[in-house]
Design a protein around this ligand. Sequence first.
Ligand SMILES: [Zn+2]
Ligand SMILES: [Zn+2]
Length: 131
Amino acid sequence: MEDRTLRRNTTQRMAIEQVFRQHARPLGVEEVLTYGRRLVPSLNQATVYRNLKILIDDGWLKRISHPSLGALYERTGKGHHHHFHCRVCNRAFELPGCALKEEEAAPDGFVVEEHEIFLFGVCPTCMGMAE
Ligand SMILES: [Zn+2]
Ligand SMILES: [Zn+2]
């Protein structure tokens, strides 16, 4: 019994990992569920939440706070970077690198420890559809 539960959880976790490998951008729970069900039809929201938490505890995923979409999840190990939110398709994308000079961004007396930046606009796919 114990064994079967363990194996099923592993299959579901592998499907969730596969989803993140297939989509190189931050994903919300609903997206993980939608894409994950194509691999494991029995996947449900509780399973997705539980496995996302395990993957975060393992250091494989990290949670980012999107100003309007809420919690998104992305792979760790990519270094510091920012995100772009497309207002048309409501998807978040990773942007390479960082152009912000923290020490120049805050007035004297403020000690900056970290920052998170979201750019908003229209992604190339949605721009193409508009033409
Ligand atoms: Zn878009
Ligand atoms: Zn930055």
